[in-house]
Design a protein around this ligand. Structure first.
Ligand code: DAK
Length: 269
């Protein structure tokens, strides 16, 4: 077992990684608790995403999924949280933020593949991914206020960026769940699929499309998009200029431009 606010692994892996060509599938695997985010799960997510570039350098995109077919993640682990004091709760919140930051720091895109519930901390982890794809059976929400809590893993920061401040406030203050129609209409979910197989297939195809492009360009674009989010225009623009300059130092940029001028396909390295 683990201490509620630390992340020492127990026996069976609660997060699994499978590599398949350019795609890495990261599965949160606690189906009996609807994949609720224990400290162990959060610690594993942080460790896996921090090391993925080194451990699997051929990866061009990650699919983050929940096991069991009922939930992506039904929130932070309420049972484990019930015994925490304020200082331990803050420690757990920091762990959740580190896991989200590790997803954002990975230089390849991460697609949250939601099939079922994405609630509370589960939605917050999905929001740290680059895009959310979901099945028609999915439900989303930040129900923390029902428990006398507030979002603790980045929901107040990333949900307004995804759906706008007013809609985020309404969702967080009411704690209500939304279905796939509203999730797509609000911009929370980028693409919907009829079922899990179609979802995973669609996400893989997106990664394959990305893999045809320059890895360095995609990586720089992700870093600028993540870092610029929420900053004032001048600061965000300075980050973009820095990224543009950096792209000019890459071999891929010279190859991409040369290939266009020579009317041939680029050979990115
Ligand atoms: N934590 C722990 N176990 C959970 C869980 C969760 N979040 N959600 C579900 N489970 C467990 C259930 O207890 C049940 O276990 P058994 O009783 O069978 O042992 C099993 O999963 C199946 O759940 P149900 O029997 O409830 O299944 P139903 O289909 O009837 O309902 C449901 C599905 C998703 C509507 C329902 O399970 C539900 O309402 N779950 C809780 C949703 C929720 O409120 N999630 C938490 C959101 S708040 C913080 C850091 C972060 C956060 C807060 C503080 N600090 C640092 C302190 C964030 C908090 C949240 O995420």
């Amino acid at each position: 077992m683990t201490d509620a606010a630390t992340s020492t692994p127990t026996s069976d892996p609660v997060v699994r990684v499978e590599l398949d060509g350019v795609v890495a599938v990261v599965t949160i695997d606690r189906p009996r608790a609807l994949n609720a985010l224990s400290a162990e799960v959060l610690g594993e997510l942080e460790r896996i995403f921090a090391n993925l570039s080194t451990d699997a350098p051929g990866t061009r995109g990650v699919l983050l999924v929940g096991a069991g077919g009922r939930a992506f993640v039904a929130g932070a682990d309420i049972r484990a949280m019930s015994s925490l004091g304020p200082a331990e709760a803050a420690e757990l919140a920091r762990l959740g933020h580190r896991a989200a930051a590790a997803i954002e720091a990975l230089p390849v895109p991460v697609i949250a593949c939601v099939d079922g519930f994405a609630l509370g901390g589960g939605l917050e982890i999905a929001l740290a991914c680059d895009v959310i794809y979901a099945t028609d059976a999915s439900q989303f929400g930040q129900p923390e206020v029902h428990l006398g809590l507030v979002p603790g893993f980045g929901g107040t920061v990333r949900l307004p960026r995804a759906v706008g401040l007013a809609r985020a406030k309404e969702l967080i203050y009411t704690g209500r769940r939304i279905g796939i129609d509203e999730a797509v209409d609000s911009g929370l979910v980028v693409r919907r699929f009829p079922d899990r197989d179609a979802l995973l297939d669609g996400a893989r195809k997106t990664v394959e499309q990305i893999a045809a492009n320059s890895a360095s360009a995609v990586g720089i674009a992700k870093r600028v998009l993540v870092d610029a989010a929420g900053r004032p225009t001048d600061a965000a623009s300075a980050l973009e200029i820095g990224g543009f300059e950096e792209a000019f130092r890459t071999e891929d940029m010279h190859e991409g431009v040369a290939a266009f001028l020579e009317k041939r396909e680029p050979r990115f390295t």
